[in-house]
Design a protein around this ligand. Structure first.
Ligand code: PLP
Length: 431
């Protein structure tokens, strides 16, 4: 039974087809820890193998626990279908590789998670694909970088560390003129931003962060809006429109026809995931489904706490500047207000006056906040990129990322805000 509502806080609990386990009546999604599924008769096995029927065969491609999570993720963003994967990196890789082949290029925002940047700048080259990086502050840069072999645009809703919101609608509209889909990584702004509503064709997540929410599980997701007209652009999008030898020379657009507007998602699952294999484990799909149930509540609290932390840091004598969407001006602020609803997310950047040494002293003095590399945990977290991850980055990326020696990234958790601020205050005394 599908729930008829557009309210996200209900959809994360009731979205999709799962109501109770048909075999046992269990109301929580069971962990179907099974590699394979009874194919019944040979006629059905053939239909499943040929994609004439969609069903469970083998857990590398689909599993019922994963399926329940996927349906709720699709509901979260108003998509037609979703694919859960082993990690956020897998989601980016599968989404991009579904659309590109040697000789093609992609146009991406410069403001990216470092792992995505490296995949685009260095790894894609191995496949003969060029990544063109453009400054998203001027959306027309995407048009300028486009040529006949451009297959997709890519951006992050709320890129860290700049925390300047990506112009989703503006870039999606440019893409629509060429038949180029916009893929948006919405990892830092689930619930707050709904990229599909603004024209994004595909949304991806590192579910490791706010969706899981507790720092226990690596996972990722791809959500297909079902709104991109792939069939209208056979030359621009050959991989979805061309006969695919993997499935009896039928195109993904044709294969998906009986199942709805899910050509992209079907190609990602039955093509790329099947061939490359980064499947999510049922146990992890279960944990992410648990996290998803409380995501709207948590993201609201993360946002409220982060706003209080940003306000506290702004007036502090050891702080040179605070990087936070709610404190931006001009066009950046307009985009934050246009694309984020109900809060500005849980990340706050702080630039310490005394540079690299202040950053180190500050981190070493923290007692409540964890000093860790991840973000989006229920607990508050901090890292000083100049003395950790960014020390090893090539100069070009250091420049693009906007990280400076005194910059500290805070991922504000859902503890009592007074306690978070008390810890930051005492650590600043040492900075
Ligand atoms: N996208 C963003 C914005 C991220 O912050 C991360 C990880 O930090 C990823 C993608 C990659 O996700 P994962 O670590 O789950 O592979």
């Amino acid at each position: 039974m599908s729930v008829e509502t557009r309210n996200i806080d209900t959809l994360v609990l009731h979205g999709g087809g799962f109501r109770a386990d048909p075999a046992t009546g269990a109301t929580t999604v069971p962990i179907y820890q099974s590699v394979s599924f009874d194919l019944q008769d040979t006629a059905r096995a053939e239909r499943l193998a040929n994609l004439a029927e969609i069903g469970f065969m083998y857990s590398r491609v689909a599993n019922p626990t994963q399926d329940a999570l996927e349906q709720r993720l699709a509901a979260l963003d108003g998509g037609a279908a979703a694919l859960a994967l082993a990690s956020g990196q897998a989601a980016t890789a599968i989404a991009v590789l579904t659309l590109v082949e040697a000789g093609d290029n992609i146009v991406s925002s410069t403001d990216l998670y470092g792992g995505t940047w490296n995949f685009f700048a260095n790894r894609l080259r191995q496949f003969g694909v060029e990544a063109r990086f453009v400054d998203p502050a001027d959306p027309a840069n995407f048009r300028r970088a486009t040529d006949a072999r451009t297959r997709l645009y890519f951006g992050e809703t709320l890129p860290n560390p700049k925390l300047e919101v990506f112009p989703i609608r503006e870039v999606a509209e440019i893409g629509h003129q060429f038949g180029i889909p916009l893929i948006i990584d919405n990892t830092l702004a689930p619930v707050l931003a709904r990229p599909i509503d603004h024209g994004a064709a595909v949304v991806i997540y590192s579910a490791t962060k706010y969706i899981g929410g507790h720092g226990t599980t690596i996972g990722g997701a791809i959500i297909d809006s079902g709104r991109f007209p792939w069939a209208d652009h056979p030359e621009r999008q050959p991989l979805l429109n061309r006969p695919d030898p993997s499935y009896a020379d039928r195109s993904w657009v044709e294969l998906a026809q009986p199942f709805g507007p899910i050509a992209f998602l079907l190609a990602a699952r039955a093509g790329l995931l099947r061939d490359l294999g980064p499947a999510i484990a049922p146990q992890n799909a279960f944990q992410l489904a648990q996290g998803l149930e409380t995501l709207p509540l948590r993201i609201q609290r993360h946002s409220e706490n982060a706003a209080r932390v940003a306000a506290f840091l702004s007036g502090h004598p050891k702080v040179a500047s605070v990087i936070y969407p709610g404190h931006q001006a001009g066009e950046a602020r307009r985009r934050a207000d246009a694309y984020l609803t109900g809060g500005h997310g849980g990340l706050v950047g702080v630039e310490l006056k005394d540079g690299i040494e202040a950053g180190k002293r500050f981190i070493d003095a923290l007692k409540l906040l964890y000093h860790v590399a991840n973000i989006g945990d229920a607990r508050s977290l901090a890292i000083h990129p100049a003395s950790t991850t960014h020390g090893q980055l090539p100069p070009r990326q250091q420049h693009a990322s906007g990280v400076t020696p005194g910059y500290v990234r805070l991922s504000i958790g859902i503890e009592n805000a007074d306690d978070i601020i008390a810890d930051l205050s005492q650590a600043l005394d040492h900075a």
